[in-house]
Design a binder for this molecule. Structure first.
Ligand code: SF4
Length: 202
């Protein structure tokens, strides 16, 4: 019985050789190798493609993410592939993201286009911190009195800023949000763990 099991993978070779000779035997070998490769590839651990994006802010939530990585790096390193994270690497990709984590508020016209592009290219979009959720505190100039608003107007125009600063949530749909300034670490870990399971990498 064990011999039959050991011989089983050779049966297609023998049949092919008996029927069609050496050339087709080689082709059948290739087919079997391809099938084996597919099985091996399918068993390879997957990683989710993640981007960390900063809009107008002090990047305090990204720093918090780095601090979280101090604790979780070895647990998450097999699960995450960073496509964009300015504080970690110069490599930058927006296309084909599984999750985009976004911090900061949207103050320029360029940022409006960028957040729309990120939303189009990410299966999930998560807001990190109060700037992204409700604009504060990066939108403070929205609340300036008339005199102060007049004072800063030349600077606002010179640097291509919009009249009002918006929260990310006002411009695109978000799948999750992590409150706080900076964002709450425990909540971030909870959201990340949820997606690692949802994407089947943990
Ligand atoms: S929410 Fe706070 S810590 Fe996070 S980016 Fe805004 S100002 Fe910085």
């Amino acid at each position: 019985m064990p011999e039959i099991i050991l011989m089983a993978p050779l049966i297609p070779f023998l049949i092919s050789f008996l029927k069609n000779g050496w050339l087709n035997l080689k082709n059948s070998h290739k087919t079997i190798l391809t099938a084996q490769s597919i099985i091996i590839l399918d068993k390879m651990p997957k990683k989710i493609k993640v981007g960390i994006f900063s809009f107008t802010c002090d990047e305090g939530c990204s720093m918090t993410f780095l601090e979280i990585l101090n604790k979780k790096f070895f647990e998450w390193k097999e699960c995450l592939e960073f496509k964009h994270f300015r504080l970690l690497q110069s490599k930058s990709e927006i296309k084909g993201l599984d999750i985009a984590f976004v911090e900061g508020a949207v103050s320029t016209f360029e940022e409006v286009e960028k957040i729309k592009l990120i939303r189009e290219n990410a299966k999930k979009l998560v807001l990190m911190g109060s700037c992204a959720i409700n604009g504060c505190p990066s939108n403070l100039r929205n609340f300036f009195d008339e005199e102060r608003a007049r004072e800063i107007k030349p600077i606002v125009e010179k640097f291509g800023h919009r009249e009002k600063v918006s929260a990310v949530s006002e411009l695109v749909r978000a799948d999750d949000s992590i409150p706080g300034c900076p964002m709450q670490e425990e909540k971030f870990i909870e959201v990340m763990e949820k997606y690692l399971k949802e994407f089947g990498v943990k």
